[in-house]
Design a protein around this ligand. Structure first.
Ligand code: NDP
Length: 452
């Protein structure tokens, strides 16, 4: 570590001592962008690291709501507006009991670099609440969303800050949030993405994160003359990202043998084919059931209570549930069992030990910022369609998503080979490449715009 990065990291640690996920995200970025900081002193002279690790604005607010029995509940709402150097703040809302400021700061910080990589004009932000939509009626979720938006609407707007979904925020929640925004502001604008198709949404947005992650994996495999066809794949999660990722893997001839939720994993050695996936989608999206119900429906499969999928041998692994779901030991097990590729659908699903093991083993590793950027990229395309009052076809949006994922791959690949000394003809450090490519664009914009 250089004197500059050591000093900044120490300050960030002191100022954010109780936010381990945020510190983890900052450490990962800072440790990989050192070569560019050393080569270009302007970043240190302009205190870019100090500035880029501090959110531009953090909003916290009370969210009161009543349940169906008339009891009052109070949750905490947040929006972290992290960086607007290259466009309006953009990033999802997460509703989950684990949500706190540190988690949203890590997600907002990651989002700054990810959005930069997409090549679209979007800054980075993230928000949400410790509200748990699980087990709540539709009416309760609606009342919560309306109360949440009653405060949030003061801070967002189509040219200011454009939230989207994340864990616990899907089409239903985006609908209630949009309805309340429209009612309070008396304007129909593209203030949220992930909207339904008949009122401003984009085709392929629900699919985009999962599909994009598979496209990124395909680009990585192509550097070794390979592709996903015939590969045995393990997937975690069974929500939005996991569902469409499994759909695309099936379409491309791979065999997916696991899906999971926060209670356990289902292992189906015959593969979760299109018909079984349709059943999972109905289970999770309509009946809001648990993944363990799969085994009663599909004999030959097993339910692994309280387990993640990483002990199951696979060629490719796609973590699509949540942060830090793969630790160093899991990464070692994956590699020992023959895994050759990890592409991250979830945000920061691998901890720092796990990342180091991937890099030492020289497998193909697509970090979240690059591999799951397809979701926010199509959100950017939804904003573009809303501004023009136009709807592009499914084929048009999918072709643009393909192009964006290819560009992200090339951008990360070239920056890795330019700056990261561990890259060889057969190995690309995509962590370094994605962080450096994302950083340079935002940092240069910050310098151009002066000290703000
Ligand atoms: P969903 O809420 O649709 O699904 C989340 C899935 O992950 C569920 O199966 C859930 O299980 C599981 N999960 C959540 N928390 C945990 C936990 N602590 N341990 C184990 N499993 C857990 O969310 P998404 O699919 O939208 O998001 C998944 C990941 O992808 C997140 O990291 C998100 O930040 C990231 N992401 C999402 C994007 C999007 O477009 N939606 C874009 C880019 C990244 P359960 O039902 O038991 O809670």
């Amino acid at each position: 570590m250089t004197e500059y990065t050591t000093r900044v990291l120490n300050t960030v640690r002191t100022k954010n001592a109780h936010e381990p996920e945020f510190l983890q995200a900052v450490q990962e970025v800072v440790s990989t962008i050192e070569p560019v900081l050393t080569a270009h002193k302007k970043y240190e002279e302009n205190c870019i690291l100090e500035r880029i690790t501090e959110p531009e604005r953090t909003i916290m607010f009370r969210v009161p709501w009543t349940d169906d029995e008339g009891h009052i509940h109070i949750n905490r709402g947040y929006r972290v507006e992290f960086n607007s150097a290259i466009g309006p703040y953009k990033g999802g809302l997460r509703f989950h009991p684990s949500v706190n400021l540190g988690i949203l700061k890590f997600l907002g910080f990651e989002q700054v670099f990810k959005n930069s990589l997409t090549t679209l004009a979007m800054g980075g932000g993230k928000g949400g609440s410790d509200f748990d939509p699980k087990g709540k009626s539709d009416a309760e979720v609606m009342r919560f969303c309306q109360s949440f938006m009653t405060e949030l609407q003061r801070h967002i707007g189509a040219d200011t800050d454009v939230p989207a979904g994340d864990i616990g925020v899907g089409g239903r929640e985006i609908g209630y949030l949009f309805g309340q925004y429209k009612r309070l502001r008396n304007e129909f604008t593209g203030v949220l993405t992930g909207k339904a198709l008949n009122w401003g949404g984009s085709l392929i947005r629900p699919e985009a994160t999962g599909y994009g992650c598979v496209y990124f994996a395909q680009n990585m495999l192509a550097t070794r003359g390979d592709d996903v066809s015939g590969k045995v794949c393990t997937v975690s999660g069974s929500g939005n990202v996991a569902q469409y990722l499994v759909e695309k893997l099936n379409q491309l001839g791979a065999k997916v043998v696991t899906m999971s939720d926060s209670n356990g994993t289902v292992y189906d050695p015959d593969g979760i084919n299109a018909e079984k996936l349709a059943w999972v989608m109905e289970l999770k999206n309509v009946r809001r059931g648990r993944i363990k119900e799969y085994v009663a429906q599909f004999p030959g499969s097993q339910y692994l209570e309280d387990q993640r999928p990483w002990d199951i041998p696979c060629d490719c692994a796609f973590p699509c549930a949540t942060q830090n779901e793969i630790n160093g030991k899991d990464a070692e097990t994956l590699i020992k069992n023959g895994c050759k590729l990890v592409a991250e659908g979830a945000n920061m699903p691998t901890d720092l030990d796990g990342i180091n093991i991937y890099l030492q083993s020289k497998i193909l590793y697509g970090p979240a910022k690059a591999a799951n950027a397809g979701g926010v990229a199509v959100s950017g395309l939804e904003m573009a369609q809303n501004s023009q009052r136009l709807n592009w076809t499914r084929e048009e949006v999918d072709a643009k998503l393909h192009g964006i994922m290819k560009n992200i791959h090339e951008n990360a690949y070239h920056h890795a080979h330019e700056y990261s000394s561990d890259c060889t003809a057969d190995f690309t450090n995509y962590v370094a490449g994605a962080n450096i490519a994302g950083f340079v664009k935002v940092a240069d914009a910050m310098i151009d715009q002066g000290l703000v």
